[in-house]
Design a protein around this ligand. Structure first.
Ligand SMILES: *[C@@H]1O[C@H](CO)[C@@H](O)[C@H](O)[C@H]1NC(C)=O
Length: 401
């Protein structure tokens, strides 16, 4: 009985030593390289924080980022990438940290838990450039994403408060994965603006990740109609991130769908809209999408990392974004035009150009090229349901938390 106890103690000692030496390493580096790359919050250090890193998505995403992000650093660049892992579950986060820290990539790590005596969430967040949030309850069978709303809105509101306290809101990007994305992005936006009275342009840097819908649309289309060039087809998916609010734009791949009849196409659309349910059912009460979600999020984080490392000046991506700023003005070029086409909804998943200052231009033209089924059947249902989801988000009582 003594032996396992001893092992655990020495493991945590090792962890403590490891984390403190990492800290020293960091401080050292920051002092040496006092040339400031203007895009980053801290000199030569790109910090990605994952809030909810101990969960199913969080663990898989942490692994993908730890094994892949360093490929984006240019040769001879002094830049370090740091992954900051936060969760309320201290045991799991310490285990995750120990495990990931044996992986031979030059990405530094730190693990943080609430009340961990080392600064908790503040230490996890401070100087972050990108915050990814998979925190919250996963979906159980029979639950819709919207049933999760009340539980996750509280969790996300508390995390938003911590972000407002610890981060430079004129720089940081917040990427939200937690469901229901349709309502939680409005919760975060509203909380930052009306509760914290923040006007640092953070609305342009708050994005709900809907990329799993694009990943599914591409995969399912390719199963039915493989493209002959060996590449996966690109299928834009717009609207929201739950059931009927998800609008896959298969008409953009007219070649590949030309051989399908109407029932086949409708089935394909519905598979994308309800793809999450296939996983919830198959996991039989033990979870929802984790690996595929982490993969989809990793692609988005990769784009943001390239942007903040200065490898690109901008990229185009579909995410669920606010269309109005804190003064109810259009967030950027194209938002007025988009809003006039979507019943004045204030949030929508749409292709947009992103620069280091945030969403810069909304590329709404896709709405002008929908086929009649997408335009007259899918979009109206999407708008009707999305409006309700957005309103529940905006009406969420901040004082309840
Ligand atoms: C990442 O950026 C590239 C370049 O703009 C774009 O083609 C790609 O779709 C983006 N990926 C995601 C997942 O948004």
């Amino acid at each position: 009985m003594n032996i396992p106890f001893f092992n655990i103690t020495s493991l945590s000692l090792l962890l403590l030593l490891l984390s403190s030496s990492l800290l020293v390493l960091h401080l050292g580096r920051n002092n040496i390289n006092n040339q400031m790359p203007h895009l980053l919050s801290s000199p030569s250090n790109l910090k990605v924080a994952i809030l909810g890193a101990a969960g199913g998505i969080g663990q898989s995403l942490s692994l993908l980022l730890k094994t892949q992000l360093h490929y984006l650093i240019q040769a001879n660049s002094p830049t370090n990438i740091h992954l900051s892992l936060y969760d309320i579950n201290k045991e799991v986060i310490d285990g995750l940290y120990a495990d990931l820290s044996h992986i031979d990539t030059p990405i530094s790590l730190s693990a943080h838990a609430a009340n961990d005596g080392k600064g908790g969430i503040h230490a996890a967040l401070v100087d972050s450039d990108i915050i990814v949030i998979p925190a919250g309850m996963p979906r159980k069978p029979g639950m819709t994403r919207d049933d999760l709303f009340n539980i996750n809105a509280k969790i996300i509101s508390q995390l938003t408060d911590s972000i407002a306290e610890s981060c430079d809101l004129s720089k940081v990007f917040i990427l939200l994965i937690s469901n229901p994305v349709n309502s939680l992005v409005p919760v975060v936006c509203n909380r930052l603006i009306s509760h914290h009275k923040i006007d640092k342009g953070i609305e342009k840097r708050l994005l709900g990740i809907t990329n799993l819908d694009l990943v599914r649309a591409s995969t399912f289309l390719n199963e039915l109609s493989p493209s002959n060039n060996g590449r996966m087809p690109y299928v834009p998916v717009i609207g929201g991130h739950s059931g009927d609010t998800i609008v896959p734009v298969f008409s953009s791949q007219s070649q590949l769908i030309s051989t399908m009849d109407e029932p086949q196409l409708k089935h394909l659309i519905s598979r994308v809209q309800y793809g999450g349910d296939e996983i919830v059912k198959a996991k039989n009460g033990k979870g929802s999408a984790t690996l595929s979600m982490a993969h989809a999020a990793c692609k988005i984080v990769t784009n943001f990392t390239n942007l903040l490392l200065g490898n690109v000046n901008s990229f185009e991506s579909i995410n669920y974004i606010p269309l109005l700023d804190h003064q109810n003005q259009p967030i950027c070029k194209g938002s007025n035009e988009l809003m006039s086409m979507i019943d004045n909804l204030q949030f929508f998943a749409i292709p947009a150009t992103v620069t280091s200052s945030g969403v810069n231009e909304i590329n709404y033209d896709i709405l002008n090229h929908l086929n009649s089924y997408e335009k007259n059947e899918l979009i109206p249902i999407c708008l009707m349901k999305l409006k309700k989801n957005i309103n529940s988000g905006l009406e969420f009582n901040v004082e309840e938390v």
